[in-house]
Design a protein around this ligand. Structure first.
Ligand SMILES: Nc1ncnc2c1ncn2[C@@H]1O[C@H](COP(=O)(O)OP(=O)(O)O)[C@@H](O)[C@H]1O
Ligand SMILES: [Mg+2]
Length: 220
């Protein structure tokens, strides 16, 4: 396939690029150093794209894949915008869209988790959340991912952590967790991210999510 490279998409390396194919269609080229990662990622992409929750693979090489470009918004950008503008409906919707994606992933890839839960690995298009990065998939417990989602939301919301509460609450409800179930794992994620200095105070605030007194942060 003849490709015209348009730009680099990955922030850290040139392994993910946007390109146009000979039919003028936007595609993404992803290069791999490790064949194992390529094999895991293509297996998952193939399964999820059949359900319509991941880009379809168009062509595969020995150390690269060419897959569909999903023209939408990064979950990361929508989450930042909605926490900035206290858009509670928007945050609940985003949490539902991400939850549907995760539930389908867990159904298809039994016993596996995403592990790298960074919100720039998800694209929202027409109310559907697509997963695009399966580099870090490994065997594990779902609550590790859920804790990763909560830790990411806390460290990447605009303003105080209360702005992320409607999103976090909905994630917990969708996965039938109480905050107390995942709090230790959230601590591990926050320790690893090193973005937050006073982790104990954040964890105390998060525990209020299950507290009826704080309905004002949790409308809906
Ligand atoms: N299929 C795709 N459609 C649209 N954008 C994509 C697609 N694949 C990757 N991207 C963009 O490229 C970025 C990096 O891709 P990703 O697969 O997450 O690689 P890495 O995190 O290893 O650099 C994503 O955050 C996203 O913005
Ligand atoms: Mg990524």
């Amino acid at each position: 396939m003849n490709l015209q490279i348009i730009k680099q998409l990955s922030r850290t390396s040139n392994k993910v690029c946007l390109a146009k194919n000979d039919k003028g269609m936007s595609v993404v080229v992803k290069k791999y150093q490790d064949i194992n990662t390529l094999s895991i990622e293509t297996t998952i992409l193939n399964q999820l794209s059949v359900s319509g929750y991941a880009p379809k693979i168009i062509e595969m090489g020995e150390d690269f894949i060419i897959y569909e470009y999903i023209e939408g918004d990064l979950l990361k950008d929508k989450f930042l915008l909605y926490t900035m503008s206290d858009n509670i409906d928007g945050l609940v919707r985003l949490a539902n869209e991400l939850s549907i994606f995760l539930q389908i992933f867990y159904t298809l890839a039994d016993n596996y988790i995403l592990k790298d839960i960074s919100f720039d690995n998800f694209i929202i298009k027409d109310g559907r959340c697509y997963g695009i990065d399966y580099d870090s998939v490994e065997e594990g417990m779902q609550y590790t991912d859920i804790a990763g989602v909560i830790a990411y939301a806390v460290t990447n919301c605009a303003g105080s952590i209360y702005s992320a509460f409607p999103f976090i609450k909905r994630i917990l409800v969708n996965f039938r967790y109480q905050m107390i179930d995942v709090i230790n794992e959230v601590r591990v994620c926050l320790n690893n991210s090193k973005k937050i200095i006073n982790i104990d105070s954040v964890l105390n605030d998060l525990l209020m999510i299950d507290d009826k007194k704080n309905e004002k942060f949790l409308q809906k």
